[in-house]
Design a protein around this ligand. Structure first.
Ligand code: SF4
Length: 447
């Protein structure tokens, strides 16, 4: 668990020399406890104090790195059970499975489809991270060929799954330098697989039957010098997996080191919609890697959306910069719309304006990242703030008309805005989804 300020203070020099830029050692300790400064800013901490602090503040869940360069993904290093206490930091890696029993053509097509599973949502690119090659053929030779093909066609980092350490050896050598996650399905092969992971500098996922067996296994593998470990407690099905993931998180946060690693979970329900639910559940609680069979964009998108939502900071609204945005080739006669700087509100409006193909200006008013109704209710989206944004952003010099389209949900603001700004207010649709129809049919260009 994270150290308190007083626990940190005990290991500082207590000279109050200010060389760290903070007035006292206690103030420095308090800032360090909330991660506003790091220990290296104190040049006087003793080697003993540094060692004590580093050991005590070591994250309860090991950071594990899979892939390299633009495909690198870091998992683990979490410190909390509940995200309202502190945000979750390292989004789970989403992997889509491909069997090495497929013919080359089919395998290549599926890998390409997996590589295309990327979407833009609220201004962020969200995507599948790993192609998971499953050695169902049992052949080391086939696995070697399949991982090469899947890695190349998907453009993603690989998760290589096999019951045999020898097969993992050949696959890891074929992917040398690309740091695949190796998954050994047979606990009896775990020690041999650890040798492969060490030699090829790859993280290793270990499977065991239950948490006790898994803790014994990780201790044994860690003693062999492998620290980049991912846990599979062997549970399958929603309820058993959820229970196991929750117990792993709880025990690791209590400082039980043999389970202090990120976990892998498999969503494998035969019904793809239930598989979407299963994968989303594991992302919410508490998988570091989730493996699915879903390649249909409509089925994987909810999983990626869940991940994006779970890993934002719940204490900070997701906001865009409050400013003037343009969509398309705007002209002096283009419509002017106003919304708040809550990301979801802004991107909903932007997306619908784009869909309408009517070039437009969008004013994003600073409402501290709150949505239209919330901002209106808290008096952050009112005639004064909207008029101020309209004037400060220089709309009067950009457009030849004086018409402002406001969200239908706050039609009540229209008279106040007209009085304060001198612009004519047009009441837009209540939902952003109504904008294409509104702009095409109701917006009357002044020219
Ligand atoms: Fe204390 Fe170190 Fe800061 Fe000096 S530099 S005030 S010793 S924390």
């Amino acid at each position: 668990m994270a150290l308190t300020g007083l626990e940190i203070y005990k290991h500082l020099p207590k000279t109050n020399c200010k060389d760290c830029g903070v007035p006292t050692c206690l103030a420095f300790a308090m800032k360090m406890a909330v991660k506003q400064v790091s220990l290296d800013k104190c040049p006087h901490v003793t080697a003993q104090g540094k060692a004590a602090l580093e050991s005590a503040s070591r994250p309860p869940i090991q950071l594990v790195i899979i892939g390299t360069d633009s495909n690198e993904i870091k998992i683990g290093n979490e410190t909390q059970l509940y995200r309202h206490e502190e945000r979750f930091h390292r989004p789970a890696a989403v992997a889509v499975r491909v069997s090495d029993t497929l013919e080359d053509d089919a395998l290549a097509r599926r890998a390409e489809a997996i590589g295309r599973l990327a979407f833009d949502r609220v201004g962020t690119r969200i995507r599948v991270n790993l192609v998971a090659v499953d050695n169902e053929s049992g052949s080391a030779e086939r696995l070697e060929k399949a991982v090469k093909l899947a890695g190349e066609k998907s453009g993603l980092a690989c998760l290589v799954m096999s019951a045999k350490a020898g097969s993992l050896q050949r696959a890891a050598a074929a992917l040398a330098g690309r740091r695949p996650l190796l998954y050994i399905a047979d606990p009896a092969e775990a020690e041999a697989a650890a040798g492969v992971a060490k030699q090829e500098n790859c993280p290793l996922a270990l499977r065991a039957n239950g948490l006790e067996a898994l803790a014994e296994l990780t201790a044994k593998i860690n003693a062999l010098g492998v620290e980049q470990i991912v846990l599979d407690p062997g549970s399958r099905g929603l309820r058993a997996t959820l229970e196991a993931l929750t117990r792993i998180r709880r025990l690791s946060l209590k400082g039980f080191r043999p389970l202090g690693y990120p976990a892998i979970a498999f969503a494998a329900d035969a019904n793809p919609f239930m598989q979407t639910v299963e994968a989303s559940t594991y992302i919410a609680k508490y998988a570091g890697v989730v493996v699915t069979d879903l390649v249909d964009p409509s089925q994987i998108l909810p999983v990626l959306t869940t991940r994006q939502d779970i890993y934002i900071d719940p204490q900070k609204p997701v906001a865009v910069e409050p400013k003037l945005y343009t969509v398309g080739e705007v002209a002096a006669s283009s419509p002017v719309l106003v919304t708040t700087n809550f990301s979801l509100s802004y991107y909903s409006v932007e997306g619908e304006v784009e869909a309408s193909r009517v070039p437009a200006y969008i004013i994003s008013v600073d409402t501290e990242g709150t949505s239209v109704l919330t901002a209106w209710a808290s008096d952050k989206f009112n005639a004064a703030t909207i008029t101020k944004a309209l004037k400060n952003l220089g709309l009067e010099t950009r457009v030849s008309h004086r018409k402002l389209i406001i969200p239908g949900l706050v039609a009540v603001l229209s008279a106040g805005i007209e009085d304060e700004s001198g612009w004519t207010v047009e009441i837009g649709p209540k939902e952003a989804s109504g904008l294409p129809g509104y702009l095409k049919r109701q917006w009357k260009s002044p020219n």
